[in-house]
Design a protein around this ligand. Structure first.
Ligand code: MRU
Length: 365
């Protein structure tokens, strides 16, 4: 997508061909800063502290992290160390394990001197595949928005609610939830996006709003608690979110608060869709509530907020009593029964074992 009119991805090989560059997403929307990653430690740190985030981008960064690691130490021990270091950075997004397993399978049989080049080729391939997959999700999801637009006999935009950031910043390009939205907008369909702020880290308010604004897509930021109200008043035509891990039975794990939106959507007859790239499907589990590991992040993300002061400075402030404890589960699971459809690169799947198996017969275990 474009930043200041220039086509930009979220991760790319630096000009020196010896490092990787990323956008520091902790600084957005107030500062657009590019950070260079040169070592395994830097790549792992970037994922952990969420300079990069979003399931597909975490996977892509892990791919490049393996390359940086192989440049430092391509021995069998180096390979294992890199795998284990990156694997523990963030536990919920299954794309991480998928990228690392792919790298290990590709690199292990090779002689150590050949591993760095192979890791770089794999990381680049993961990125290209992500872009193609997300474009496919856009193509598959566009007819849903077109159909909703056709029903608007009195005119007005198709109102779409989204949670967190499943936009291009969460992927290499296009985004998952946002791909159909960008395609609809580019095709001249009137869309308007309700952007959940997404406490505690505010990926909606900071990131989704920023990227939609850059692309000229009309949007309104709302507090997390407002979605149900807008649904009750007929102001939401569909919900579309991303996912960090979807089970073989279609249970969707995504940013904390997604489940509440799905409940409200069902109560109000609003269709609830999920943009689902196939690498985000965990074919080894069916019951998401029981089996998806939920990342617990620092209490400070709840007790403090960061923003821009009127003088332009960035400040972090405490918003709770000093001694109040806080809990911070980063994700929740929306059971398949609350999901209308899983928009994948191969089309829209019914959220069930059969629905996913029908689209991905080559992947089921
Ligand atoms: O904690 P984050 O910002 O990594 O969480 C991101 C999400 O929950 C996204 O919705 C998900 O990764 C899908 S990204 C296309």
């Amino acid at each position: 997508m474009k930043v200041n009119g220039q086509a930009t991805r979220t991760i790319w090989l630096a000009e020196d061909a010896e490092s990787v560059e990323i956008i520091d997403q902790t600084k957005l929307p107030h500062l657009f800063e590019i950070v260079r990653l040169t070592t395994l430690a830097e790549a792992a740190h970037a994922i952990e502290v969420m300079l990069v985030r979003g399931a597909p981008l975490i996977g892509a960064t892990a791919g490049y992290g393996m390359w940086l690691a192989m440049r430092q130490d391509s021995s069998d021990a180096g390979l294992l160390t890199a795998y284990e270091r990156l694997f523990v950075t963030r536990p919920t997004a299954v794309n991480l394990g998928w990228a690392l397993d792919s790298a290990r399978a590709r690199l292990s049989p090779l002689p150590p001197p050949d591993r760095a080049a192979a890791a770089l080729a794999l990381a680049a391939a993961i990125c290209e595949e992500d872009v193609a997959i997300n474009r496919g999700i856009g193509v598959a999801g566009l007819p849903v928005i077109q159909a909703l637009a056709a029903k608007k006999t009195k005119g007005g935009p198709v109102n779409i609610l989204t949670h967190c950031n499943a936009g291009w910043l969460a992927t290499v390009d296009w985004g998952t939830a946002t791909a159909p939205i960008y395609m609809a907008h580019d095709a001249g369909i009137q869309v308007h996006v309700w952007v959940d702020e997404t406490r505690p880290r505010n990926q909606g308010a900071s990131l989704t709003a920023w990227e939609l604004g850059n692309h000229g897509v009309p949007h309104t930021v709302i507090v997390d608690n407002a979605g149900g109200h807008f649904m009750q008043h007929g102001q939401v035509d569909m919900v579309i979110t991303g996912t960090d891990r979807t089970t073989a039975a279609g249970d969707v794990c995504n940013k904390i608060g997604t489940y509440l939106k799905a409940l409200a959507a069902q109560d109000n007859g609003v269709p609830f869709y999920v943009g689902l790239p196939s690498p985000t499907i965990d074919w080894t589990i069916e019951n998401g509530v029981r089996d998806v590991p939920i990342e617990e992040r620092a209490a400070e993300e709840v007790t403090r907020m960061t923003g821009r002061l009127d003088d332009g400075g960035i400040a972090t402030v405490l918003i709770t009593p000093e001694n109040s404890p806080a809990a911070n589960p980063a994700f929740d699971v929306t059971p398949a029964r609350l999901v209308t459809g899983l928009i994948t690169e191969r089309g829209i799947a019914e959220p069930s074992v059969e629905g996913l198996a029908m689209l991905f017969p080559d992947r089921i275990r």
